[in-house]
Design a protein around this ligand. Structure first.
Ligand SMILES: *Cc1c(COP(=O)(O)O)cnc(C)c1O
Length: 494
């Protein structure tokens, strides 16, 4: 299997090269040439544990890796040392037609673990395969969940260093504690004065600094990114959609060939794109419902065919979905346009210069064939959390609540009764203060909120979060954006 860029059709790379490089030289994203078909294999996957389902799915795309290699990585990534549920990605049944796919049973309690427990293994193996001798330094700007998941994934992985920048304003207290108490010899965490955009623009400036790259290269390092445009982060995510289908078959809720819908709380469009790829592989999917918070640029796009980032940015209680440019949408445009690299380049250059583009009528209707979308306000998010706990005794986080409300609205407006899986992306305990607000519980702040939420809801605090109590903070630096580069140099050379 070879990979090509969404903006140029001629050059083809192996998976290992695509993973090492991350982004194509022409600014495009790497996409697989074809989509392997899995329908005839689904029954065989049903009795298998998650790690074997995932190994099967990933090996179809990573054929420059041996099956033994992939098997070893999934066995190391998805086991009961890191995950507090033996099934790794369990389905929680709400009613006969509605299940929640809980992707937050991993070491950092957010779905980013599903990919970031695999990426370091895929990346280090790819470095060996491409005979890269320098040490990789992974730079991450995070709005909260990615940073911790990347730290946990790369912690003490030989041949790697990781440096995470998080905004001093904007991450939850629990998220900050998770990062500043991170263990490991090869890790560094620094707060950046400002918001996520400030941290992100600082990291982008470092990546595009040629002189710095040369100096680091001379010192034996090269920079890489762990964000969701990397193929090594996307490919592990396809597996859990297929796994969820297997579980519904196994429990008798559906028959082989029955279609199901997925409803996904969406930010950078990585998670829902993996579902789209699963559909391209022959998984019977009816609709993919793209759920947004009030930063609903994607919902508007799916409805109107116009992508317009020139709009107000809102800071919400579902911060991992606060985003105006969803990078992975480019991969959908590429497939839905019949792999038209020229039209994708054109849209992306318009996005760069005007912050806006409009797709053709045929592209718009191809997207509407499989995607539906909806927006959920802050108040509805809160009300949904409280309602689900009252009616179903099920506690969900703010991101998952956005998706559940959008699903309810979708069902009401379409009458669609297809069994639907809501993708649950974070433990509610990661966002204690907002969840307690939703439950109308007066609260203070800090680590004590974990216990309070447990008492109010009857749910138990995940171990990785309760263990934060009393842990010493290792990283307390907070720097201005223009000092970030110096911090990287100090970390690598110091
Ligand atoms: C990252 C994240 C999302 C958004 O996922 P994308 O792949 O960026 O669309 C949603 N919910 C939570 C909790 C996240 O951490």
């Amino acid at each position: 299997m070879l990979y090509q860029s969404t903006r140029e059709s001629k050059k083809k790379l192996t998976a290992a090269k695509a993973i090492v490089q991350g982004l194509s030289d022409d600014g495009g994203l790497f996409v697989p040439e074809t989509f392997p078909q899995i329908f005839s294999q689904i029954n065989d996957l049903v009795p298998k544990p998650y790690k074997e389902r995932a190994a099967y799915v990933m090996s179809l795309y990573l054929d420059d890796f041996s099956f033994e290699e992939i098997n070893q990585y999934t066995a190391e990534a998805y086991n009961e040392t890191g995950f507090d549920d033996a099934t790794i990605a369990p389905l929680h049944k709400l009613d006969d037609n509605t299940h929640f796919l809980e992707l937050w049973h991993g070491p950092t309690c957010a779905f980013k673990d599903m990919a970031l427990q695999m990426l370091p293994r895929l990346l280090t193996a790819s470095l060996r395969k491409t005979e890269e001798k320098r040490e990789v330094c992974v730079l991450v700007a995070t709005s909260g969940d990615t940073g911790k998941a990347a730290l946990e994934g790369f912690c003490d992985v030989p041949g790697t260093r990781i440096m995470v920048f998080y905004p001093s304003e904007g991450v939850s207290q629990i998220q900050q504690l998770q990062m500043t108490t991170q263990s490991g010899k090869n890790v560094n965490v620094v707060a950046v004065e400002g918001n996520f955009d400030d941290a992100q623009s600082g990291v982008k400036a470092i990546f595009s600094d040629e002189a710095l790259r040369c100096a680091l290269s001379d010192a034996g390092f090269f920079l890489s990114s762990a964000n969701s445009i990397n193929w090594g982060r996307l490919v592990p995510q396809i597996a859990y959609y297929i796994s969820a289908y297997c579980d519904l078959l196994g429990s008798g809720h559906i028959k082989l060939g029955d279609k199901i819908n997925f409803c996904v709380p969406t930010g950078n469009f990585g998670n829902i794109l993996a579902a789209y790829y699963a559909e391209k592989m022959g998984l019977p999917i009816g609709k993919l419902i793209c759920a947004s918070n009030c930063n609903d640029v994607l919902t508007q796009f799916i409805d109107s065919g116009v992508y317009d980032r020139n709009r107000q940015f809102f800071t919400t209680i579902s911060p991992s979905m606060d985003i105006l440019v969803s990078s992975n949408l480019e991969r959908l445009l590429f497939e839905a346009s019949g792999k038209d690299a020229k039209i994708v380049s054109d849209y992306m250059s318009k996005l760069g210069s005007n912050g806006k583009y409009e797709v053709t009528e045929s592209l718009k209707s191809e997207i509407a064939r499989i995607f539906a979308s909806g927006m959920c306000s802050e108040k509805d998010t809160m009300d949904t959390i409280a309602k689900a706990l009252n009616n179903y005794n099920y506690l969900m986080d703010t991101h998952t609540a956005v998706a559940y409300k959008v699903l309810e609205d979708y069902r009401e407006s379409t009458g669609d009764t297809t069994p639907t899986v809501v993708v649950s992306t974070a433990s509610p305990f990661k966002f204690c203060d907002s969840v307690l607000d939703a439950l109308k519980q007066p609260h203070g702040d800090g680590i004590e909120l974990l216990q309070q939420l447990a008492e109010v809801s009857g749910a138990s605090v995940p171990a990785p979060l309760s263990e934060l109590k009393g842990r010493a903070s290792r990283f307390s630096d907070c720097v201005a954006v223009d000092k970030m580069k110096g911090e990287v140099v100090r970390f690598l050379k110091g």
